[in-house]
Design a protein around this ligand. Structure first.
Ligand SMILES: Cc1cc2nc3c(=O)[nH]c(=O)nc-3n(C[C@H](O)[C@H](O)[C@H](O)COP(=O)(O)OP(=O)(O)OC[C@H]3O[C@@H](n4cnc5c(N)ncnc54)[C@H](O)[C@@H]3O)c2cc1C
Length: 272
């Protein structure tokens, strides 16, 4: 398949990019790594009037430590996260999960901001950010807003992002030595989208449990978190998953997703 006709812009500054995105006549869409957007355009599932290529915007790139946060620019590619000492030392849950996200060729181009903005229910990153209590900063021509991850992922490919806004930064609280993290996913083949997966964080005896690929969005399992916070067993935590809003996909129907969510949570908790 071939994409419909579109205009292409490669702005040199964030301000220029935001002005292009704010121009209602352009029907503009940001382009990050293009690993999801280009196939969607080729299948004509997306037909933007203007592609605003963010690849020249160095302000949206990089991994730094400040104010107790690991700060990651939206245009930072997965391969840069994989190679980052800051991520390895201060965001160990990300480091654990990154090798499971797609394949090397896709990680060479795909960006963290693209994954966050897309909110694919089968993607790892939204669930990781939920488990890590991350903050997502978005910019528009009007200004800057920061969302907690729990308020950002609203539905299937649906986020709190509004027309004309860009994800600019993802900030993750630096891990303390006493924090514990676990990640587990079941995929037919390493690097493929998972059939079910979970990210778990335990900080000061408070648990955050976030699933992906079992529902129409990445979601926290609040009931299971409560069981674990009170010192409940793995069996009780798995039982508390019963009320989650499961949905099936091409990989598996709802009963299978229910079963697999229990399997991945059990394995993650055993590794915590
Ligand atoms: C073969 C294959 C396997 C894959 N497997 C996995 C996998 O196992 N797990 C996984 O999580 N992903 C997987 N992916 C998806 C890949 O990780 C995506 O490319 C990535 O999630 C999106 O990032 P991108 O930079 O390519 O975004 P793009 O494709 O450029 O953009 C995606 C969407 O986000 C918007 N966007 C991009 N950046 C911004 C921004 N800064 N602000 C606002 N909107 C923005 C775009 O307009 C578009 O709507 C796979 C992709 C392929 C092709």
């Amino acid at each position: 398949m071939k994409a419909a006709e579109f205009l292409y812009e490669r702005p040199a500054s964030v301000a220029e990019a935001l002005a292009l995105l704010a121009d209602e006549d352009r029907d503009a869409t940001p382009l990050a790594g293009g690993q999801s957007l280009m196939p969607m355009m080729n299948f004509r599932l997306a037909q933007p009037g203007t592609l605003v290529d963010l690849s020249a915007l160095e302000d949206l790139r990089g991994i730094t430590l400040s104010d107790g946060m690991v700060r990651i620019g939206a245009m930072t590619r997965y391969v840069e996260l994989v190679r980052s000492g800051v991520v390895a030392d201060h965001a160990p849950l990300l480091a654990m999960a990154l090798p499971h996200i797609a394949h090397a060729a896709v990680r060479n181009r795909g960006t963290i901001g693209g994954s966050v903005a897309l909110a694919d229910p089968a993607a790892e990153m939204p669930a990781l950010l939920l488990a890590l209590d991350a903050q997502i900063t978005v910019q528009s021509a009007e200004g800057t807003t920061t969302h907690g991850a729990t308020d950002f992922f609203l539905g299937m490919y649906e986020t709190a992002l509004e027309e004309g806004e860009l994800v600019s930064e993802i900030a993750i609280p630096v891990a303390a030595p006493t924090d514990r993290f676990a990640f587990y996913e079941l995929a037919r083949r390493h690097g493929d989208y998972a059939m079910a997966g979970v990210a778990v964080a335990r900080r000061d005896n408070a648990h955050r449990v976030a699933f992906f690929s079992i529902s129409d969005r990445a979601l926290r399992a609040f009931d299971a978190e409560e069981v674990l916070d009170k010192g409940g067993s793995v069996i009780d935590a798995v039982a508390a998953l019963a009320e989650l809003p499961y949905s099936g996909d091409l990989n598996a129907a709802i009963p299978t997703k229910k079963h697999l969510s229990g399997v991945v949570l059990t394995r993650a908790l055993e590794a915590l």
